[in-house]
Design a protein around this ligand. Structure first.
Ligand code: ZN
Length: 352
């Protein structure tokens, strides 16, 4: 048949291909050119590949010999390509090393350094002050049970704080804690009395505007000992505020209401921005005072819910917003700056 290729023809073709391959190979002087030659020879449309396809046109008696010849050719070509590639890479590396020089006088590239988030920084500062007063840090789960978040804290089921408007509930009836107070209960049950703990952490409420975020950070403190008076609470908080803001601040305690403390108070400190001297102050709205902390003597109901005898131990609890404290200390005007991840705001300094 005229289509048939006999082994003599094939042998000639193999020799020609090898000769032309070797001649091309000898003139290749970089890895890109080598890759081009590889494609031209053993690629899908390469010379060797089309020769291999012609195997089908040989007679069955000639096919084994032809196959062996072509396999040998392919092995030789592959081996020579591999050797050449190693040699070229070697040469290119040496050339690069010879020309690349290090200028040791060049200034180093500046590196952005990491820093604590203002809220984390605030938390660390307050925790450090409270540790100085003998408090330990206690943490609790953010996904909480109604029992710890409300029942134990004297917040009965009819209380507005339980309204679906305020609380994120899960389908199984658990919720995202609306305050860090459940950690007080968990700490009482775990450690008993006497007890001094601070509980920092994230809390969640269905609120979202310029002054409220659905997630915010609180810090609570709890002290339970024997014969604790309200003046110990006042002294501790004065210590905390003066320590945190780094100077003596005027303060006042106002009567307030919380279900879990009795009596309850709120602490105002003098405006850290204007000291009460600016009637147009945007921070204190000209009043000269800033509300910073809610507190009170722990309600006996709550002490009992924590597994402690309220006739033997009493004490106080206080709670504050860490975000607000950070904003006051670092002069941050909008709560949302704390959560939107725009670092440049903080790098550019105090916002007016
Ligand atoms: Zn002010």
């Amino acid at each position: 048949m005229s289509d048939n290729i006999n082994t003599t023809d094939l042998k000639k073709q193999v020799e020609d291909l090898l000769a032309s391959f070797r001649s091309s190979l000898s003139s290749v002087n970089n890895t890109d050119a080598l890759q081009e030659l590889r494609v031209k020879t053993v690629g899908k449309k390469g010379a060797l590949t089309s020769l291999l396809k012609s195997l089908g046109a040989t007679t069955p008696s000639e096919r084994p010999a032809a196959g062996e010849m072509l396999n040998k050719l392919r092995d030789e070509i592959e081996e020579e390509l591999t050797k050449k590639k190693a040699a070229l890479i070697d040469a290119e590396t040496q050339a690069a090393e010879a020309t690349d020089q290090v200028d040791v006088t060049m200034p180093a590239r500046a590196r952005a350094s990491g820093a604590f988030h203002p809220v984390a920084q605030t938390m660390h500062e307050i925790v450090a002050i409270m540790q100085g007063l003998g408090y330990s840090v206690a943490l609790g789960p953010e996904k909480e049970e109604e029992h710890y978040n409300f029942d134990c804290l004297n917040i009965p089921s009819w209380h507005p704080a339980r309204d679906m408007q305020d609380t994120f509930y899960f389908p199984d009836g658990t919720l995202l804690r609306t305050h860090t107070s459940p950690v007080q209960i968990r700490s009482m049950l775990k450690y008993g009395a006497p007890l001094r703990v601070v509980c920092p952490g994230k809390v969640y409420r269905r609120d979202n505007d310029t002054t409220h975020s659905p997630m915010f950070n609180q810090l609570e403190g709890l002290l339970l000992e024997q014969d604790v008076s309200f003046s110990v609470l006042k002294g501790s908080l004065r210590e905390l505020m003066n320590g945190f803001f780094g100077r003596e601040l005027k303060n006042r305690f106002r009567a307030s209401y919380f279900p879990f403390t009795e009596p309850s108070m709120e602490l105002d400190i003098e405006c850290v921005e204007c000291g009460g001297k600016n009637p147009d102050c945007r921070i204190c709205k000209g009043t000269g005072w800033l509300e910073v902390c809610g507190m009170g003597m722990v309600h006996p109901f709550v002490v009992r819910a924590g597994g402690i005898d309220p006739d033997k131990y009493n004490g106080f609890a206080f709670g504050m917003g860490l975000d607000r404290m950070a904003m006051l200390k670092y002069g941050i005007s909008d709560l949302r700056y704390l959560f939107n991840g725009n670092v440049s705001y903080f790098l550019s300094g105090r916002n007016a």
